[in-house]
Design a protein around this ligand. Sequence first.
Ligand code: IPM
Ligand code: MG
Length: 370
Amino acid sequence: MPANKKLLVLPGDGIGPEVMREVMHVVEWMARRRSVNFDIEEDLVGGAAIDARGVAITPDAVARARQADAVLFGAVGGPKWEKLGFDNRPEIAILTLRKELGLFANLRPAVVLDPLVDASPLKADLVRGLDIMIVRESTGGIYFGEPRGIETLPDGTKRGVNTEVYTTPEIERVSRVAFDLARKRSGRLCSVEKANVMESGLLWRETVTALGAAEYPDVQLSHMYADNCAMQLARNPRQFDVIVTGNLFGDLLSDLASMLTGSLGMLPSATLGAPQPGGLRHALYEPIHGSAPDIAGKGLANPLAQMLSFAMLLRYSFDMNEDAALIETACTNVLASGLRTPDVMAPGCAKVGTHVMGEAVLRELNKLAA
Ligand code: IPM
Ligand code: MG
């Protein structure tokens, strides 16, 4: 018997715990029907951890994340904690995990599933079949650069500072992840920065270009300024396959790309570290949607992004492609059958809540695995 896989589950705040509950049924289903056993630990993060323990994530939780084979994360934050200072906000939980575990490559797919093509705010013809993968650098750039802070000047006014910094190795390692993905997909990669105004962007462009020429001559590499990329994503999103970019531009562009699909509630993500000797690669999986405090506690949240995050976990951390595909197909089939949570509701469909959606996925899994 192979050793059980170790998962750390961090539901977090808002709708996080509600959607995670449905995913746990899928995890149990996998153990029952596919003989895939997980050892599951759970912990508090975000506002829930601040309330219970005074910090967004404890050193013990970080240590457990480091020992886990994979982390399944929900969402953090909410109005209750918005007034807290920068050193103790719910968001610190996810930023700490990215930094401490070296999770530098944030993979954010934007896929338009056929049954949801009309949910997009863009015309169906522009987005039908859309399948973009944004690879966002996630442990560097302006999010972590020094110096940073707010200082008071001699005249009593203040000065806020953040610094965009990238080194060659940081650019290379995230670009390799993107080049490798491009190779497995259409063979096209678009690198995005502001080389026209930022030195860090110029270094980014030069580094990606050199890496492409040296190691990936078969991948068709293009470059785009970040502002133009935002425009092109809205104008003609299907021109893109894999996009690689820094932390801040990736944050913005992935929100834009996700909305092209019409539903934030549908999109998963993976954040990967470097493969380590012995084979373990730290990895965290989370839906792109936040904690959605406006609908939290009402049973209305769409659990599919969290389900699909679990599917990504199976695929990227454990190479369990067949099981991942089973979950993905179950989600698509449930949507095709006309069940919809309010975020993706369409005329003629049946509106359901979080739990009914979760049960429908389980029923579909039973059918697919019969
Ligand atoms: C994201 C979020 C985070 C980020 C916040 C919650 C810190 O917006 O994952 O995109 O800015 O990276
Ligand atoms: Mg964001």
